[in-house]
Design a protein around this ligand. Structure first.
Ligand code: 0WD
Length: 255
């Protein structure tokens, strides 16, 4: 069933209350799961701690993990292992690209900007999966967040779209590797949601309007909708699904 009572999930990428990761955390909490939060840098520590405490679960673990650092990832999962032992899944909700490369022509992407976007938005899933594997001794489920811009050339999404295509391929290869350990790896392709990261994408309001007017469900995607689909992917109800991408986007991708 959908109950995740007695199970522990690591949620990576909460920046503030608008973060999709926070939507996933609330859905997981509602399903009875125990949570561990990781955040990118000191700047975010107090806000993530505050959000974690607002769930009312005592002693929630909140740890730093800058995914550009192998050492950070290793230390973070070692601390999680020491504190909780076994985990049952990871929500990877992390991406980054230079603001100036999220508008205009993709052609102008710099080598630095390309590598940075791929490092944080794509490679990090592989680095995290490698460390998380050892903690998922009862099997597990890894969920990452992707976007339609990895499947199609979407205006202004540029290098992030190329990084999402790489992330999508990583999901398939990781699923192939980890299936034998009972670990599933899937992605959710979320429709556009107004978050801190989305703000830097050129003409984001136009994209939201396009969804409202034309998507089959005629409304934009909410973090709650993404969170509830994540609960499905974390639960036994999805036990036959791995290496898959589920669009939670009001059906926009079929157009
Ligand atoms: O429309 C949207 N918002 C969509 C987002 C549509 C489809 C997919 N997504 C994806 C994003 O690409 C990302 O993978 O969802 C994921 C979460 O993004 P979000 O919730 O939209 O944005 P935000 O609340 O900003 O969270 C992303 C976080 C960072 O926030 P800031 O604002 O500080 O950049 O990614 C984390 C960080 O918390 N992050 C890192 N975490 C660890 N190490 C790092 C890093 N080096 N860099 C960024």
């Amino acid at each position: 069933n959908f109950s995740l009572a007695g199970k522990t999930f690591v949620v990576m990428g909460v920046a503030n209350k608008r973060s999709i990761a926070w939507g996933i955390a609330r859905s997981l909490h509602n399903a009875g799961a125990r949570l561990v939060f990781t955040y990118a840098g000191e700047r975010l520590e107090s806000s993530v701690r505050e959000l974690a405490d607002s769930l009312g679960a005592e002693g929630t673990l909140v740890l730093p993990c800058d995914v550009t650092s192998d050492e950070d990832i290793t230390t973070c999962f070692a601390q999680i292992k020491e504190a909780v032992g076994t985990i049952h899944g990871v929500a990877h909700c992390i991406a980054f690209a230079k603001t100036e490369e999220l508008k205009g022509e993709y052609l102008n992407t710099t080598r630095d900007g390309f590598l940075l976007a791929h490092n944080i938005s794509s490679y990090s899933l592989t680095a995290v999966a490698k460390e998380a594997r050892g903690l998922m001794t009862e099997g597990g489920s890894i969920v990452t967040l992707t976007y339609l811009g990895g499947e199609r050339a979407i205006k202004n999404y540029n290098v992030m779209g190329v990084a999402k295509a790489s992330l999508d391929a990583s999901v398939r290869y990781l699923a192939a590797d980890l299936g034998k350990d009972g670990i599933r790896v899937n992605s959710i392709s979320a429709g556009p949601i107004r978050t801190l990261s989305a703000k830097v994408i050129g003409e984001f309001n136009t994209i939201l309007k396009e969804i409202e007017e034309n998507a089959p469900l005629r409304r934009t995607t909410t973090p709650e909708e993404v969170g509830d689909t994540a609960v499905f992917l974390f639960s036994d109800m999805s036990r036959g699904i791995t290496g898959e991408n589920i669009h939670v986007d009001s059906g926009y991708h079929i157009l």
